[in-house]
Design a protein around this ligand. Structure first.
Ligand code: 2M8
Length: 445
């Protein structure tokens, strides 16, 4: 399959999944609603063949923005068997901030909106761009301000996540370490002791679509359900949640994406002739220094921080490279990251970049965020490598990413994730962001 055919197949996948103004992550029932960061990646692809449609995709994420600025991680649509659906969250009933007529989750996901908005803006005339930015700017601003107001008690520019799902890298090793350390409720412990989890396994809806060993474990999933219920009981009011919440992480990936998003927000504000408010300016000033506190010289990795104990979670993952996306790093730091990227015992696989290094106790080539290669992460890294003077490495990664998807596409279409070792597919088929970002990478050629 040549580039043109690959592009056409990707566009056809996105168009087939399209619901008019928003796009679900996949064609199958595994994810039947609108997911937040998925939509931003999707818009980045759509802009190449239908710019108005791409704008709608971004707009549609804000149709359910909460009064406090939160942009929810899922907007529920028609009734479905999705395992953590509106009955679990009950947003419109329990939260004073949630919209009344549309059901959503009560958490967010990585803020990729500013990136998608600017990528669309790049393709518009100056006049249209100003109109586009004027429409979206206040919504993104309210979201970022909410993150700093409610999730950054130390005012150091790094925000806390309150559920692993907020990171988007749901079962990545550091998040699972946190879950196991603090959030295994008595109910979950009892499930384990009595063997009831094996029965609960049969009732799982997601593992009908995708093999259980490619997904999160049943006990971990139930620990997440219990965290959701506890937040629901507190009406998703962060002041009530934060003092005793059993999951609080300074997530490396999320914060790198937020740091980058603020630069995009600044660019949008400049184009509109506006000044960023003081809280965002403060966060932009302090966050790069705070990010440095997530670096561990001894092991040569950036890590997430356990915000309950204050300690780094020394469980390496692909997020170690995301500071390249966030910032321009000092050369010595880039060199250490490149050594890790090139190390055949860690990240240098045939189809990089694995989400966990090969020498991690968690590594499994087909298990979700514990090893597989994901196209959205590579897409961030390609951009980050360029920003940090690694143009050749960026091209190399872009080419291997396109080849990874191409070698599987004829038989298997665009998949959710891939084995970094042999390129075999895993997770859901017809995966929207894989198709969208391949379009974007091909257009870059
Ligand atoms: C996965 O997450 C959802 C929960 O949000 C799930 O497993 O049910 C993650 O890969 C997440 O990053 C993604 O946005 C979502 C939909 O593609 O699926």
């Amino acid at each position: 399959m040549d580039d043109k055919q690959l592009y056409e197949a990707a566009e056809a996948t996105l168009r087939a999944n399209d619901k008019g103004t928003w796009t679900p992550p996949t064609s199958i029932t595994l994810y039947p609603h609108q997911w937040l960061w998925d939509s931003y990646f999707i818009a980045v692809g759509q802009r190449h063949y239908d710019i108005e449609r791409a704008k709608d995709e971004v707009r549609s994420t804000f149709r359910a923005q909460w009064n406090n600025g939160l942009v929810p991680h899922v907007i529920f649509s028609e009734p479905s068997e999705y395992h953590a659906g509106p009955d679990m969250w009950r947003s419109s009933k329990v939260s004073k901030d949630a919209p009344r007529k549309i059901e959503t989750t009560g958490i967010t996901q990585p803020p990729v909106a500013a990136e998608a908005t600017v990528r669309i803006g790049e393709m518009l005339s100056r006049e249209d761009r100003v109109e586009w930015y004027s429409e979206i700017y206040p919504k993104i601003l309210a979201w970022h301000q909410m993150l700093y107001r409610e999730r950054n008690p130390r005012e150091d520019g790094l925000v806390r996540l309150i559920l692993s799902w907020e990171s988007g890298m749901d079962n990545s090793p550091p998040l699972m370490e946190m879950l196991h350390k603090y959030a295994m409720s008595n109910r979950v412990k009892l499930m384990k002791a009595s063997g009831f989890d094996r029965w609960a396994e049969y009732r799982r809806r997601d593992t009908v679509d995708v093999p259980a060993d490619e997904r999160i474990s049943t006990l971990d999933l139930h620990a997440i359900y219990d965290l959701i219920r506890s937040m629901r009981r507190k009406h998703y009011d962060y002041k009530k949640i934060m003092p005793n919440h059993k999951f609080q992480v300074i997530d490396l990936a999320f914060n790198c994406i937020l740091i980058r998003a603020n630069y995009h927000l600044e660019l949008i504000a400049n184009e509109l002739g506006k000044e960023l408010p003081a809280d965002i300016k403060h966060a932009m000033r302090v966050a790069p220094h705070s990010l440095e506190t997530l670096w561990d010289d001894e092991t040569g990795y950036y890590y997430s921080r356990d915000a309950i104990s204050g300690k780094l979670i020394k469980m390496p993952g692909v997020a170690t490279f995301l500071p390249l996306y966030a910032l321009k790093l000092p050369k010595e730091r880039v060199d250490i990251l490149m050594q890790n990227l090139h190390d055949p015992k860690k990240f240098a696989t045939k189809y990089p970049v694995p989400t966990a290094p090969l020498d991690s106790s968690y590594f499994k080539p087909h298990c979700y965020w514990q090893g597989p290669t994901w196209i959205n992460i590579n897409w961030f890294l390609i951009d980050g490598l360029r920003r940090n003077g690694q143009a050749k490495e960026a091209d190399k990664l872009k080419n291997s990413t396109i080849e990874l998807v191409r070698q599987a596409v004829v038989k298997d279409g665009f998949h959710e994730y891939y084995s970094p070792i042999d390129g075999s597919v895993a997770g859901a088929p017809d995966f929207s962001w894989t198709a969208a970002l391949i379009i974007d990478l091909l257009k870059e050629r």
